[in-house]
Design a protein around this ligand. Structure first.
Ligand SMILES: [Zn+2]
Length: 351
């Protein structure tokens, strides 16, 4: 019998530049699935949101307590920008190494975003202080105007909000989170060195047909919402093309199954357990495996001014597909793990 060595891919430990870990039992249950990332930028949309450096430091401790012993992950904390955010607290938190970035949610845009910004003039002093101190602003790039169609909200946000904000605050470093459209990709491409974009694995893997054709699939419902195939193709091009302004931010967002499978279901896909195998599958299809390390491990760290990881992970391609945990327990709840609907042949190599 001939033993054929399966293809292997060794890359510097990846970072996840957009992650939801929640709190309490949900945090304890889901954080271990992200423990293999080096750095993870943790979103602040708890109830109540994380709005001060002190709250971010306390949340960081709770995350560290929820991670398995010896976990690689170093949580990178964000503050939730509100119209009452104190510029001095942001810059002091950043100088102390507690605050990595500030997150902008337009009021009402997504899960727990009611405290978000309505009037940008009110946050101008914070944005100016952030520009001066080099603190990036991470943006949920969708307008919340009910008159704008949900599939157009990202594209409209670029013209109506992001461009004016960036013009008004020169030098502000901005990450357009979870880019989902061709317009978003083009905007990031043309934005110069102070602008970057994160891309999720679910927006790379499926288009809106997966969510809506042949029955509605609530576990594919996320915000920004899945778009047409032409947009998914633009994202694949951006992620796999080696352009340094694009990097991984999974937006992995656990919700209890009863809240997803409901007459008014929550937005979010829990992708953390399969992120890297699924990415390898997608990069292989695009004939771009050598560029996976840039997207997942190098570009994001460089944008945030951090050194690349010193250690590595290995992915291995096997004949038999990955069998992800279909559903995990979180206290009294269960959470369904994202399933792209096609086989994933890449696996984390057991140590
Ligand atoms: Zn998110």
């Amino acid at each position: 019998m001939t033993q054929i060595t399966p293809p292997r891919l060794r890359l510097r430990r990846p970072d996840d530049w957009h992650l939801h870990l929640r709190d309490g039992a949900m945090l304890d249950a889901t954080a271990p699935y992200s423990a293999g990332f080096g750095r993870a930028l943790v979103m602040p949309n708890l109830v109540p949101p994380v709005t001060t450096s002190a709250a971010a430091a306390a949340y960081r401790e709770r995350i560290l307590a929820a991670l398995p012993k010896g976990a690689a992950m170093q949580p990178q904390m964000t503050l939730y920008l509100t119209e009452g955010t104190d510029p001095a607290d942001v810059t002091a938190g950043h100088a102390d190494g507690i605050v990595r970035a500030v997150k902008l949610y337009p009021a009402g845009a997504t899960t727990n975003s009611a405290s978000g910004v309505r009037d940008f003039d009110k946050v101008r002093p914070v944005l100016e202080a952030m520009a001066a101190a080099g603190v990036p602003l991470c943006v949920h790039g969708e307008v919340t105007d009910p008159a704008v169609d949900i599939f157009d909200r990202e594209a409209v946000f670029l013209d109506r909000v992001l461009e004016p904000v960036r013009r008004a605050t020169p030098g502000l470093r901005v990450v357009l989170e979870h880019v989902t459209t061709r317009e978003g990709v083009d905007y990031v491409r043309s934005g110069g060195p102070d602008l970057a974009g994160t891309i999720t694995v679910h927006h790379l893997a499926i288009n809106r047909n997966a969510m809506l054709a042949g029955g509605i699939r609530p576990h594919y419902y996320c915000l920004p919402i899945l778009k047409r195939e032409v947009h998914r193709e633009a994202l694949i091009e951006a992620a796999t093309g080696g352009e340094t302004q694009f990097f991984l931010g999974t937006d992995s967002a656990p919700h209890p199954d009863h809240a997803k499978q409901s007459a008014c279901g929550c937005a979010g896909c829990f992708t953390a357990p399969i992120t890297m195998p699924l990415l390898a599958e997608l990069f292989e299809r695009a004939d771009a495996l050598p560029r996976l390390e840039g997207f997942a491990s190098l570009h994001g760290a460089a944008f945030y001014g951090l050194p690349p990881a010193e250690d590595h992970i290995t992915l291995v391609r096997r004949g038999e597909p990955l069998v992800p945990p279909g559903r995990i327990d979180a206290g009294e709840e269960t959470v369904t793990v994202f399933d792209p609907g096609f086989p994933i042949h890449w696996h984390h190599e057991e140590a």
